[in-house]
Design a binder for this molecule. Structure first.
Ligand code: TXE
Length: 498
């Protein structure tokens, strides 16, 4: 499909058990392009009965279909085929994500180019799933373990990087032998629907992947609460993650949560300030700050505060803001109106709390239309202010100064979140001390916002639990069975524990 064709995308239907069916609810909702402000696709507004159908298809595929009988090598071949199809359709998928959430084509092209790596990596794991032989202390028993798939997975994704976040779940889960019901965010459904077509084309058996589209209350909640679902893999806000975890507990479904963050980017006085400046910009203005790992708190050692801030402001002033489909653009619009309004409300909160607005804070003069906000920098921020404690998920940087290493660690950890952190210093011992002291699932030393298919990712504290990517990510979709085999025919005392 060319870029133009993607623009005329026809009303979508949903994939259930390998049939593209109309939603039982017959309602649809529009996907709004945040750059044009216009609807560009009609999406089925599914309801609980659609979820029931999808879970049933995934259950059947897991319990009785060919998928459950396939070897790891068979699954690996299908996943590799999917990787090839994703690669061949990368441009169409990238444009669909830009049209849905306004993120830059240059960023989404990069993500879609990386997407096959996730499927290839886990396709290679599918036929290497073994289990341990336990050297048991019981002489007349042979004991071994099986690593079996957890079963039907309800995967729920947020709007900031729909297909990358879905790959974090689908690639390991399919390798493990699970089946899925996937619900994309109601703000970004198109790319997931296009992706589902590729899964079908790759030749996966019916019901291995089912896609239901719609909002949290009508689709997300019924999915999480459905007793036919064995695990929930969720990415989204911390508030919703707590709701998901408690609903899943009603039927003891396993849960992994990738939630929000308020990550510190920490610059010491001996840092390479050019590299640190680039890392600060990457942390908060890439993706318009709409990234769970956004480096939204800049903790800077007081002695280099002025020099670093002068460089950060100069680079910020040079950021090109505009059409996300234009490869020269460095910042596009925010993803949808309600989110735009929420981010703008934090600018007011920063001013109310007494922070000093030193850059941005309003709509760019040259962009009277569209959900655009200037890259915004607040200085003299106290860590207790709302703009330092709450996730804004937008291009708003809070600058906080510190005196020494102990204060830097205290400020970094003074947050309910613990997703990521950046540390800029030439002192390797200090770097490793900070990596150990910071309460976060990922720490980058002299880098920021690096992720990879083979490196586990996940949060501490209210940023969630569970890990995605890397072989640790595979384990989230497996459960362990221990088998004891009696080998000597010894009759034991029935009233004595073995
Ligand atoms: O989240 P929401 P959004 C966080 C990010 C930000 C938020 C943005 O920090 O706070 O997510 O994404 C569905 N039961 N992360 O606004 O509202 C909803 O339809 C079941 C962190 O989308 O939580 C959507 O599909 N599902 C992350 C999904 O949940 C429900 C990376 C997320 O919606 C539901 C990206 C319910 N009751 C964003 N209510 C990371 N850490 O990697 C809503 N949903």
């Amino acid at each position: 499909m060319t870029v133009a064709e993607v623009g005329e995308i026809e009303p979508h239907r949903l994939l259930v058990g390998h049939e593209w069916v109309d939603s039982l609810s017959t309602e649809t909702f529009s996907s709004i392009d945040p750059y044009t402000g216009k609807s560009w696709a009609e999406i089925p507004a599914c309801g609980p009965e659609d979820v029931e159908r999808a879970v049933g298809a995934a259950r059947l595929a897991f319990d009785d279909g060919p998928w459950g009988k396939m070897t790891g090598a068979d699954r690996g071949r299908l996943i590799r085929r999917l990787a090839v199809l994703v690669d061949e359709n990368a441009e169409e998928l990238a444009v669909a994500e830009v049209r849905d959430n306004g993120k830059l084509l240059r960023e989404m092209r990069g993500q879609m180019e990386a997407l096959p790596n996730y499927y290839e990596y886990f396709s290679g794991a599918a036929d290497k799933i073994g289990g341990d032989v336990i050297g048991s202390s019981k002489p007349n028993f042979f004991v071994y373990q099986l690593l079996e798939p957890v079963g039907v997975v309800g995967a729920i994704t947020s709007w900031n990087s729909p297909l990358l976040i879905a790959a974090y779940k689908l690639a390991p889960g399919l390798a493990a032998g699970c089946t899925f019901v996937l619900k994309p965010s109601e703000h970004t459904s198109v790319s997931t629907i296009l992706f589902a077509r590729l899964v079908e084309e790759a030749g996966f058996p019916p019901g291995v992947l089912n896609v239901v589209t719609g909002d949290g209350p009508n689709v997300g909640e019924p999915l999480v609460s459905n007793p036919g679902v064995d695990k929930i893999a969720f990415t989204g806000s911390t508030v919703t993650g707590k709701r998901v975890a408690s609903a899943a507990a009603s039927h003891l479904a396993k849960v992994s949560l990738e939630l929000g963050g308020k990550s510190p980017n920490i610059v010491f006085d001996d840092a390479d300030l050019d590299a640190a400046t680039s890392g600060v910009i990457a942390g908060i203005f890439a993706a318009c700050g709409q990234s769970c790992v956004a480096g939204s708190r800049l903790l800077v050692q007081r002695s280099v505060h002025d020099e670093l801030l002068s460089r950060v402001v100069d680079r910020t002033a040079a950021i090109t803001i505009g059409n996300p489909l234009d490869l020269e653009t460095e910042m596009g619009p925010l993803a949808f109106q309600a989110h735009y309004d929420r981010v703008v409300s934090f600018v007011a909160a920063g001013l109310e709390d007494g922070a000093e607005l030193i850059f941005g804070g309003k709509r760019p003069d040259h962009l009277p239309e569209g959900l655009f906000l200037e890259p915004t920098i607040f200085d003299r921020v106290e860590n207790g202010m709302r703009i330092a404690q709450e996730e804004i998920f937008g291009p708003v940087l809070s600058v906080i100064s510190f005196e020494d290493e102990d204060e830097a660690v205290r400020l970094a950890n003074d947050s309910s979140h613990g997703l990521a952190a950046g540390v800029w210093t030439r002192d390797i011992q200090r770097g490793h001390r900070l990596a150990k002291a910071i309460q976060a699932g990922t720490v980058w030393l002299n880098a920021y916002r690096m992720v990879s298919h083979d490196v586990p990712f996940g949060g501490y504290k209210s940023s969630g639990y569970g890990r995605e990517n890397g072989l640790e990510g595979l384990r989230e979709y497996q459960q362990t069975k221990t088998v004891w085999v009696e080998t000597e025919g010894i009759v034991r005392d029935p009233f004595k524990l073995g």
